[in-house]
Design a protein around this ligand. Structure first.
Ligand code: NAP
Ligand code: GDD
Length: 346
């Protein structure tokens, strides 16, 4: 059987890197879209990279930006993917209050540009939309596929738009398009300004004597935190179903930010109260107070179930940061660009 070809937007992000690993393991040819930056932004996938002149190479990178619909359509035509995993977005909720228009353009309209590219080219590919529990916002927990959306941020509102445009292209044009409504998922590859990674880095550095305090915002919010490496398996499973549908992916348990902080600091024998300071700059104008996902549909129809819960996640993330420190790198260097040159230079 010929190997399948996948196109991943956001391949340089946390989820994109785990998904690329998974698909390469499954024998796919993987094409990823990378946005041009003045510094390397491919650090999370450099371990997967092989010179494209190598006949064994199955990972290929292309420059592209979600704001450029012509380029998205051109890449779809060029790559001819069997499956498109649309993960790229301005994904930071707090930042979306500062950059609401840009967030709408990338996180919302970016999805339309890709779907329209699929429609216009007539490609028979399947499409995965990275929808989010942030869409539920103020809706009380537990949340499942039938819970009405009440977004509480420009990011959440953009994701609601993208969710519905995905469903619309499925209904209007018969495109095999699915929404994965993923609750928060974390890992040592998480961006350093999301709360779990920020706290894991701080706990390790404070233990090592490299800093004394970390400044945080709202400690009362509760999240359903799972492990990113497991969640990308669910994305793949969704696109293997005969019928396109939408699925919640979550652990089914929630913890407060305070509890997660406590778990990280306790793991290195510290009391978080001695090291955490409040800074209002990390508050949001409107907050999502409580998320707990009910993923029973995914369990019954996809056979997917989360195994890593927040306490284990806290330990594995802090251990990863301690490991980075022991190897003589500062935590920020964990993602230091090294071997992967920019796509055009290859
Ligand atoms: P992430 O680490 O922030 O990665 C986002 C990716 O999108 C990066 O590769 C980024 O490129 C790329 N990107 C951003 N703006 C772009 C643009 N204008 N054009 C092209 N690429 C652009 O996010 P993640 O945690 O992997 O999440 C993946 C997706 O799932 C996102 O859509 C996110 O909103 C959604 N989601 C995440 C979670 C979660 O808990 N992680 C939960 C639900 C949904 P750079 O590397 O150059 O920045
Ligand atoms: N980032 C951050 N930084 N959050 C903080 C801080 C801080 O210093 N202090 C407290 N928090 C609180 C936030 O107010 C929020 O309630 C919670 O920690 C989690 O914040 P983030 O880690 O930034 O994640 P998020 O829940 O806002 O958004 C993530 O999950 C969504 C799914 O529900 C992102 O990955 C989104 O892209 C994703 O869709």
């Amino acid at each position: 059987m010929t190997a399948k070809t996948a196109l991943i937007t956001g391949i340089t992000g946390q989820d994109g890197s785990y998904l690329a690993e998974l698909l390469l393991e499954k024998g796919y040819r993987v094409h990823g879209i990378v946005r041009r930056a003045s510094t390397f932004n491919t650090e999370r996938i450099e371990h997967l990279y092989r010179d494209p002149h190598d006949p064994e190479a199955r990972l290929f990178l292309h420059y592209g930006d979600l704001t450029d619909g012509t380029r998205m359509t051109g890449l779809l035509e060029q790559v001819q993917p069997d499956e498109v995993y649309h993960l790229a977005a301005q994904s930071h909720v707090r930042v979306s209050f500062d950059e609401p228009e840009f967030t709408g353009d990338t996180t919302g309209l970016g999805t339309t540009r890709l779907l329209e590219g699929i429609r216009r080219t007539g490609l028979p590919c399947r499409f995965y939309q990275a929808s989010s529990s942030e869409m539920f916002g103020a809706a009380p927990p537990p949340q499942d596929e039938a819970t009405p959306f009440h977004p509480r941020s420009p990011y959440g509102a953009a994701k609601v738009y993208a969710y519905w445009v995905t469903r619309n292209y499925r209904e209007a044009y018969g495109i095999h398009a699915v929404n994965g409504i993923l609750f928060n998922h974390e890992s040592p590859r998480r961006g350093p300004t999301f709360v779990t990674r920020k706290v894991a880095v701080a706990a390790a550095r404070i233990k090592a004597g490299l800093q004394d305090v970390v400044h945080l915002g709202n400690l009362d919010a509760r999240r359903d935190w799972g492990y990113a490496a497991e969640y990308v398996e669910a994305m793949w499973l969704m696109l293997q179903q005969d019928r396109p549908d939408d699925y919640v992916i979550a652990t089914g348990a929630s913890h407060s930010v305070r509890e997660f902080v406590d778990q990280c600091f306790a793991h290195v024998g510290l009391d978080w109260r001695d090291h955490v300071r409040f800074d209002e700059r990390y508050l949001r104008p409107t907050e999502v107070d409580h998320l707990i996902g009910d993923a029973s549909k995914a369990e019954s129809q996809l056979g997917w179930r989360a195994t890593v819960r927040a306490p284990e996640l806290a330990r594995l993330m802090v251990d990863a940061e301690l490991n980075v420190l022991r190897n003589g790198l500062a935590p920020g260097d964990q993602a230091a660009p090294t071997a992967v040159p920019a796509p055009a230079a290859r």
